[in-house]
Design a binder for this molecule. Sequence first.
Ligand code: KG4
Ligand code: ZN
Length: 338
Amino acid sequence: MLVLGVESSCDETGVALYDTAHGLVAHALHSQVAMHSEYGGVVPELASRDHIRRVLPLTRRVMAESGRTLAELDGIAYTQGPGLAGALLVGAGMARALAYALGIPAVGVHHLEGHLLSPLISDAPPEFPFVALLVSGGHTQLMHVAGVGRYALLGETLDDAAGEAFDKTAQLLGLGYPGGPALAKLAASGDPARFNLPRPMLNSGDFDFSFSGLKTAVLTLVKKAGMDAAADIAAAFQAAAVDVLVGKSLAACTHAGARRLVVAGGVGANARLREQLTCEAARRGIEVFYPRLEFCTDNGAMIAFAGAQRLAAGVEADDMGFPVRPRWELATLDALER
Ligand code: KG4
Ligand code: ZN
C-alpha cells in the first residue's frame, strides 16, 4: 500500500511517501524557522500562508524523487490535529482534494501518534508494548502503548512542555527561536555542576511533569550570575530537565513492567537526554528506541507511516469534510482491529 503523508500542524511543511511493503520511499521538508525567528515565535497566520506556498511544490518533489506516479497512490494521510487551526486546514484541504480527485481514501492522523510511531520507521523497530516519552514543543507526555491506537496516558506536564521550557530558557539567555538546539549547543561548553537547579516533581511519585518553576529558577539565576555565566546556566538547566525526563521515564517503565522505551518529539534530538537515558535504561535492562534524528522534529514521514497503518488496517475514510482538531487528546483514539 502506497500512502502520501502531509504534515502542516505548526511551522514545518512535510510531505512523504510510505510503502507498507518497502518502507519509506521519499520525503521532503520545508522549515519556516527562519521566517518566524524574526518574531521570536510562530506567527499562526504567516505559518498558514507559507504552508499554502510549500505544500504542492514539496509534493511534486517527493513524487519526482520517488519515481512513482499519483495514479499509484492507495491513500493520503494528513495531520488532522492537534495544532494551529489555519495551518492544519492547509494540509487537510490539499489532502482531501487530491484524494477526491484520485478516487482514493484520505485519513486524518493525530500529530502525536505520528511522533509516537516515528521510531517504527526503521529496519529494527521496537515491538509492542512499550512506554513512550513524547517530548515536543507543545507536549510532554508518558504513554503506555499496547499497539497502534492503543494509548494510555501515564502522566503529562502540568504547565510548560519540555521543548517550551528549552525555548523559553534559550530566550532568557538571548538565544534565538527555536531555542532547544541552540541551548544544547551552548550547554556543551558549560559546566552543569556550577549551579544547582531544582528537579521539579522528580520524586512526586506520579508520572506528571512541571517545567515552569525551572524557567523561573533560571530567570533568578540569570539576574544573580549575569550573562557571563550563560553557558553554565544553560548546562545546569539542561542537566535538570534531562534528569527529570530520565527519572520519570524509567519510573514509568518500572510501573508498567515495560522492557522497551520509545522517545519521540523534538526534544528527543537532545544529545544529553539520549546519552543519559540509554545509559540509565541499560542498567535496568530496558532498551531505548529513538526515531532517526531528522524525524524527531515535525515531518511528513511520520504522518505517512501512521496513516498507512490505519489505512492498511481498513480504517474507513470519513466523508468529504475535513474538520481539523486544534485540540485532541491522544488517549481517545480507537484501537486498530487486526
Ligand atoms: O516535535 P517538534 O518539532 O514540534 C512540536 O510538535 O511541538 O519539537 C520542537 C521542539 C522545540 O521546542 C525545540 O526547541 C525542541 O523541540 N528541540 C530541542 C532540540 N531540538 C529540538 N530541545 C532540546 N535539544 C535539542 N537538541
Ligand atoms: Zn510535533
